[in-house]
Design a protein around this ligand. Structure first.
Ligand code: SF4
Length: 237
């Protein structure tokens, strides 16, 4: 797993980079840094890439798609190895052209790029309850543009009390905007208090509550079946 950047356009309340005392800020001790293509090439010279089968660009301290050289870094990895590359992103940054071109890169290198977009609700309000600072419409547009090239987009939902009843609808929304899989992850960041996670947003105390319906990670292959009520039950529970 490689973390390429501490930059992010979002302020997810339970993220390691977010200051829970004021989620518009990042943790005070976290510097803003990002790897350039040159730094990446120094750490992973061409020949070294052959020793990896998989690589994940997953943001623990920031979103990889905020890195200014991300397109070049992805192309460098895919063009000099057989690595299956996975990138997790909130997907709300950049524009449709960027995501379409990224999909074309996946096509050029034999579908070895997995991009996983965060979709946490069926409305902007529900989505941004956790993905604060991101726009659901943009994420869906970007996922659609990416998948229109033939690239297989995937979606990821962190489940809480506020969205657990709509997971099936989230699956339909993801499918109709190009996703072929949905990963469902109940939030597991309720260490201090198992029932409530408190944080401050715009000078107001807010609370997140854990899901009571979903307790385990689940992967769902999206297909026309998600529109079938009977099979829905088997797929989601
Ligand atoms: S999108 Fe990812 S990196 Fe950004 S704040 Fe949310 S969890 Fe953290």
């Amino acid at each position: 797993m490689v973390d390429l950047s501490t930059y992010c356009n979002a302020q997810c309340p339970q993220c390691h980079r977010t200051d829970q005392e004021d989620i518009s800020k990042r943790a005070y001790w976290l510097p803003l840094v990002q790897w350039s293509l040159k730094t990446f090439q120094k750490r992973f010279p061409q020949l070294s890439l052959h020793s990896y089968r998989n690589m994940s660009l997953c943001g623990t301290w920031g979103d990889p798609m905020m890195n200014k050289d991300i397109f070049k870094i992805i192309e460098y990895i895919l063009s000099h190895s057989n690595i299956i590359l996975t990138v997790n992103t909130n997907g709300s940054m950049r524009d449709e052209t960027f995501w379409w071109e990224l999909g074309m890169l996946d096509y050029k290198y034999n579908h070895r790029l997995n991009v996983i977009f965060d979709i946490d609700g069926i409305t902007q309000e529900q989505h941004a309850t956790y993905r604060v600072g991101t726009e659901l419409d943009k994420v869906l547009e970007h996922m659609q543009a990416y998948s229109e090239t033939g690239a297989r987009a995937k979606a990821f939902t962190i489940v809480f009390k506020h969205n657990e009843d709509d997971v099936k609808e989230i699956a339909k929304l993801a499918y109709s905007n190009g996703a072929c899989r949905l990963y469902i992850q109940p939030s597991n960041r309720f260490d201090k208090n198992p029932d409530t996670f408190r944080y401050i947003q715009k000078n107001k105390i807010k609370n997140l509550h854990p899901s009571t319906k979903y307790t385990k990670f689940k992967e769902i292959i999206l297909s026309e079946e998600i529109y079938n009520d009977e099979k829905n039950k088997m797929l989601f529970f």
